[in-house]
Design a protein around this ligand. Structure first.
Ligand code: BTN
Length: 256
């Protein structure tokens, strides 16, 4: 994957207080994940719009003005179990910031969508471009209306402005999310992921009946959350307990 040069380069990165984050802000880029690809850990990129925003499964991500399009570079050892935790820990950080701003009924949809009730407010895309670091791409609908550009999103999305009369500026929201992400990720890197589990598992709306697509075979049963190694826990309809590696699971669907 090549790195595109942004249409208007930010002159300098803003240092975010004592958090250690450096935030590069642009008017427009292709994809903030691609711009962040060459940066050092604890640097982040935010753009007002993306011309080629990327979603999971190679989907296009509508990145209209008014939304938060942010990519954060974090350290992670290649092939470590921490990789499996990163989507969960990043989802937790986003949820907790949105909750504190007043978004109701937040939940995670495995592996890393953030919903308010059943509508998507945020999506995450994690890339590895270089050994030893990951790019955590975070899209949050704030005051934008992606359903105007993509009619299929009608009724499926919501935004911060639906709940909060005066949302923070996009720069401030980026800062809040980056600070929360650093706190949760450092806990995981320090080997204390178990400490985060109750907060993560409170976000799945458990107990839930689900169907797990293992890229062919389907398992049906009760979703029991995730463990400290980032594995998905399922008790199937024959009462067998499964600890599934995230990469085995293509899709997890609610069946209630
Ligand atoms: C998904 O739900 O499919 C993941 C969406 C991730 C979108 C964000 S916006 C910031 C970053 N840059 C991208 O191109 N994608 C992610």
């Amino acid at each position: 994957m090549t790195t595109e040069f942004p249409s208007k380069a930010a002159a300098t990165a803003r240092v975010l207080g004592s958090s250690g984050w450096h935030l590069w802000e642009y008017d427009e880029v292709t994809s903030t994940n691609l711009i962040a690809a060459t940066l050092e850990p604890w640097h982040a990129v935010r753009a007002d719009t993306q011309t080629a925003g990327r979603g999971r499964f190679q989907r296009q991500w509508v990145s209209d003005p008014g939304g938060l399009w942010l990519s954060a570079v974090v350290p992670v050892e290649t092939n470590s179990t921490a990789w499996r935790l990163l989507p969960l820990v990043a989802g937790l950080a986003v949820c907790e910031v949105l909750r504190d701003l007043g978004v109701p009924n937040l939940r995670l949809r495995w592996p890393n969508d953030v919903l308010s009730d059943n509508r998507k407010i945020s999506g995450l895309l994690i890339d590895q471009f270089r050994a030893g670091r990951a790019v955590v791409g975070i899209g949050v609908n704030v005051a934008n209306h992606p359903e105007v550009r993509d009619g299929k999103l009608n009724g499926a999305v919501t935004r911060l402005a639906d709940f909060v009369a005066t949302p923070p500026s996009l720069s401030d929201l980026a800062e809040q999310i980056l600070i929360a992400l650093k706190a949760t990720w450092k806990t995981a890197l320090d080997g204390d992921a178990a400490q985060l589990l109750p907060r993560i598992n409170a976000l799945w709306n458990l107990p839930r009946r689900v169907e797990v697509d293992l890229d062919g075979p389907i398992l049906r049963g009760d979703f029991r959350g995730v463990d400290a190694a980032g594995r998905l826990l399922l008790c199937d309809d024959s009462n067998r307990f499964h600890q599934l590696e995230p990469q085995e699971v293509r899709l997890l669907r609610d069946t209630d």
